[in-house]
Design a protein around this ligand. Structure first.
Ligand code: PLP
Length: 380
């Protein structure tokens, strides 16, 4: 299949705008020169606006997981307790990373169910250096209660380390208001830059907590702080990715965060309306503290259908959606509404999904899903 004709509708990497691709093909520049520093400052200013933070903000040449590891590797020592909230694959990843550096106090909720805040409070009340949570659990299509966990972290004097990999740039994330000490985003998600970079904000409290003897080397956030004062990175950055990031951030600013958040949320609402019209159940089991993700929607595969067959049917039509990860493989399928995804991309996805469902005998007639989604977009 011709890759240029493929539509990426998965929760990252997302399609990048042609002007971002063009920016990346510029000649290389000196990463210790003025031109790089100007680009570094420009990106940092735009990112701070998106994160809604005054905290220090760094860009690491490494995907989201690198920044998750930097956050824990710099703050957690071997005897430190970390409350790790898990209701999906990326919450589990935070737990696994935390286990490499300190003592994990797990709060494990069934994947796709809401976080039990009472259990989180109980564990934090026993004393912990930090609590980790994934704001938007991509693997389950669920938005977790970040403001509430921020309040609990403050009450029990723990650092709040938040994975905002698929929420920052797509959702209204208030790093400072919520008291997030370290917040992480990936370049390839809501910001719609190419994969390979991750950005994280770090509070003063988090820096004060970096008092362990051996900080990581490449991921030493104090080294990033020192270099940032000179508008540089400590080691050679992925310069072409910085070119792409800067252009992608300009697109975010041109659209405006309010409009961007609304567009992505409307996209997810359209997907949910289409699913409802086709009799497909959403995967998350929500209580009042959680919400459906507005950047990725996760649906249960219909009775007797392997979700990999849905994914394959769509791939044959040139549209890439995601299946379930790990224990959810075959059971759920996911559609991204993050990045620069336009209503027409989602409409095309839903129309093709109806055709796939008809072939799999999930629906008898086509059209109900498309019509329901179109009605939601009419509100835009
Ligand atoms: N956290 C979340 C919520 C994610 O969705 C992902 C990737 O999909 C990651 C972390 C890992 O990011 P990366 O693959 O960029 O390392």
């Amino acid at each position: 299949m011709d890759l240029e004709d493929t539509l990426l509708m998965m929760p990252g990497p997302v399609p990048v705008a042609p002007r971002v691709l063009r920016a990346m093909s510029r000649p290389m520049i000196n990463h210790r020169g003025k031109e790089f520093s100007a680009m570094f400052d420009d990106c940092t200013t735009m990112l701070k606006e998106i994160f809604q933070t005054e905290n220090d903000l760094f860009t690491i040449s490494g995907s989201g997981t690198a920044s998750m590891e930097a956050a824990l590797g710099c703050t957690i020592d071997k005897d430190d307790k970390v409350v790790t909230i898990e209701n999906g694959k990326f919450g589990e990843r935070f737990k696994d990373i935390a286990a490499r550096y300190g003592q994990v106090v797990p709060v494990e909720c069934e994947w796709g169910t809401s976080v039990d805040l009472d259990v989180v409070e109980e564990k934090l009340s026993e004393g912990a250096k930090a609590v980790t949570m994934v704001h938007n659990e991509t693997s389950a299509g669920i938005r977790n209660p970040a403001p509430e966990v921020g309040k609990l972290a403050k009450k029990y004097d723990a650092l709040f380390i938040m994975d905002g990999v698929t929420s920052i740039g797509g959702d209204d994330v208030k790093v400072d208001d919520w008291g997030v000490d370290i917040a992480v985003v990936g370049s390839q998600k809501c910001i719609a830059a190419p994969p390979g970079l991750s950005m994280l904000s770090v509070s003063e409290r988090a820096f004060e907590a970096m008092n362990k003897e051996n900080l990581p080397y490449y991921l030493d956030l104090k080294a990033y702080q020192k270099s940032a004062a000179k508008s540089q990175t400590p080691y050679t950055p992925a310069v072409p990715l910085f070119f792409g990031l800067q252009e992608a951030l300009k697109i975010v600013m041109e659209e405006g965060m309010d409009a961007r958040i609304k567009r992505q949320a409307t996209g997810a609402a359209a997907v949910r309306a289409a699913m409802d019209a086709m009799g497909i159940e959403m995967f998350p089991q929500l209580n009042a503290t959680s919400a459906y993700s507005s950047t990725v929607s996760a649906m249960k595969a219909p009775e007797g259908v392997d979700s990999n067959d849905i994914k394959k049917g769509m791939m044959d039509k040139g549209i890439i959606i995601a299946g379930g990860q790990n224990r959810l493989s075959g059971k759920i399928f996911r559609i991204g509404s993050m990045g620069n995804v336009a209503p027409k991309d989602l409409m095309m996805t839903i129309q093709h999904l109806e055709l796939v469902f008809k072939k799999l005998n999930v629906v008898n007639e086509i059209g109900a899903g498309t019509e329901a989604a179109a009605k939601v977009f009419d509100t835009l």
